[in-house]
Design a protein around this ligand. Structure first.
Ligand SMILES: NC(=O)c1ccc[n+]([C@@H]2O[C@H](COP(=O)([O-])OP(=O)(O)OC[C@H]3O[C@@H](n4cnc5c(N)ncnc54)[C@H](OP(=O)(O)O)[C@@H]3O)[C@@H](O)[C@H]2O)c1
Length: 511
């Protein structure tokens, strides 16, 4: 089959990218490879520059060689030294603490010089890739100085990384702070899940096909399962993780992006305001549970020593920088109900965890069973289940599971699957997911970024679970073996409703 090439777009307009946290892991592993891919794809303007900011002392040359080294280590495509040379020739470095006003004076001078030399037209994109504790000080200094003030027709935009707050109150406080300094249209709250093609494709699948939308409701859908399973342990991120946990780390951002794309109403237009309003509305309609219901409808668990594949894994509590009596969850499962006409009575089951048996990210939509079986000897409960599976990892594909006749003289029925794999149809170069998001921000398209109300709606859903767990203390924390499918308590959450999780470890997307 001839593959369909990726579509093309013109380069973004002139601008200077200022990366706060330019010596960190995110910059090295994801941002620099993404910038390289944008450059290789002709999507960066000729009038482009990068200024890195961090505390450590570095010359411009040392900064460039640090980025080049990162690129050679983390590039996900074959690299062309000429493109690296051109990209990094435009990179300079400013050292300083995010909370020190003199950093911004130096940055201001550097910006003036770079803008003259590279003709970037005064357009500035500030990327906050530091630890979250520096988000508020950076925004405050940028907002108070002239560095981020839009003037003379030039734009100033700010990309802010996750996590956006640690609970509802802190997310609201950060939004208040940001919106006191910058306009909403300048703020791009990033969630890199939205840079993934399959995640964006949920909108196209639902709203560009006449096939699915008529059955996308409580009349036809039994329930929805959203899974983000990792085999990775907490590793060296013990300090961050023990203060955060699986719920805060994954649910208000990644899982809720998938949730809201599946649950939202059709937007009136495919543009940022309409799409983000519908996504926030879907989260806003989630039933807010009482404390007792939050405990009943959630499972939190921690992994204990066992093997994940070939690797021995020790107890979570023995991880470096994790408290030996930690009650932080490394696994969470939730049952959410949506109070609206489309979804009343349809449970959405969400689960995410570390050190599980297999790596898998998917949305599985289970359609209602046929009302009766007209085939002799085949009881209704033996018909194949109808699942539509949108798989994001390990494969980017969409699959449908249904019943078919087994060949032969008698009527026998078996479950079969049809699968569409991205790689079979489209010829797209590998990407980090950040390319689209950085490019979109450069061209001023906020459709794939979170708005203040969407972020707060997500935390409003999560907050009752955080409160109920705090109240319960260590009671109710379950355990699961590393390398397993998760805790038994998560199975019971669905068994109570007569349902079962799809296995995390299985050969195909729809099997
Ligand atoms: N790493 C990932 O894969 C990943 C993925 C998704 C999202 N994120 C998010 O991206 C952000 C950065 O994560 P990371 O993993 O890159 O962290 P990291 O490796 O610890 O890097 C943090 C960066 O911020 C700088 N920094 C820290 N405090 C600063 C301060 N007060 N003033 C100036 N610079 C400061 C550090 O450099 P100096 O120490 O030299 O100042 C370093 O360059 C976090 O919000 C994280 O949640 C990361």
């Amino acid at each position: 089959m001839n593959k369909i090439p990726a579509n093309v777009a013109p380069p973004a307009g002139p601008c200077c990218l200022v990366i706060f946290g330019a010596s960190g892991d995110l910059t090295h592993r994801l941002l620099v490879p993404a910038l390289y891919n944008l450059a290789a794809g002709g999507l960066l303007p000729d009038a482009f520059a990068i200024i890195g900011v961090a505390r450590r002392e570095m010359s411009n040359d040392a900064f460039r060689s640090d980025l080049a080294q990162a690129l050679r280590r983390f590039a996900i495509r074959g690299i062309d030294e000429r493109i690296i040379g051109r990209l990094l020739a435009r990179a300079t470095y400013v050292n300083g603490d995010a909370d020190d006003p003199s950093t911004y004076e130096r940055l201001d001078r550097e910006l003036a010089q770079v803008e003259r030399a590279c003709a970037t037209g005064g357009n500035r994109l500030f990327y906050l890739a530091t630890s979250p504790s520096a988000f508020a000080p950076i925004s405050r200094h940028l907002g108070r100085s002239s560095v981020a003030r839009e003037e003379d027709g030039a734009w100033r935009r700010l990309i802010i990384e996750k996590p956006f707050g640690t609970d509802l109150a802190s997310a609201q406080a950060l939004n208040r702070e940001l919106l006191g300094l910058l306009e909403e249209h300048q703020i791009y709250r990033i969630d890199h899940y939205l840079g993934k093609e399959t995640v964006q494709n949920i909108l196209v699948l639902r709203f560009a096909n006449g096939l699915f939308e008529p059955i996308w409701n409580r009349d036809h859908i039994d329930h929805v399962q959203i899974t983000v399973a990792e085999t990775l342990t907490v590793g060296r991120r013990g300090r961050f993780y023990d203060a955060t946990g699986a719920l805060r780390d994954m649910v208000p951002n990644h899982l809720f992006q998938l949730f809201s794309l599946v649950a939202m109403e059709p937007p009136s237009r495919f543009e940022a305001h309409a799409v983000r309003s519908e996504k926030a509305e879907a989260l806003d309609a989630v039933h807010v549970p009482s404390e007792a219901d939050a405990l009943r409808d959630s499972v939190r668990a921690q992994y204990v020593a066992a093997r994940v594949g070939d690797n021995e894994v020790e107890d979570y509590r023995r991880t470096a920088d994790v408290s030996p009596d930690s009650t932080t969850e490394t696994y969470v499962a939730l049952k959410l109900m949506i109070d609206n006409w489309r979804w009343a009575g349809v449970p959405f089951y969400l689960r995410t965890g570390k050190a599980l048996k297999s790596k898998r990210t998917e949305v599985a939509i289970k359609f209602k069973q046929a009302p009766f079986a007209m085939f002799r000897d085949t009881p209704v409960d033996r018909l194949a289940q109808n699942f539509l599976v949108i798989s994001i990892q390990p494969d980017e594909c969409i699959g449908l599971q249904f019943s078919a006749k087994v060949p032969g003289p008698v009527i026998a029925i078996s479950g079969v699957g049809m699968t569409f794999k991205y790689q079979d149809y489209f010829d797209a170069a590998p990407s980090t997911g950040y390319e689209t998001l950085i490019y979109d921000c450069m061209i001023g398209d906020a459709i794939l970024f979170q708005r203040a109300d969407g972020v707060e709606a997500g935390w409003r859903v999560v907050q009752p679970f955080l409160d109920a767990w705090r109240g319960a203390g260590p009671n109710g924390l379950a355990l699961y073996e590393a390398g397993s499918e998760g805790p038994n308590e998560a199975d019971q959450l669905l068994a109570r409703d007569g349902r079962r999780w799809r296995p995390i470890a299985r050969p195909g997307a729809v099997s």
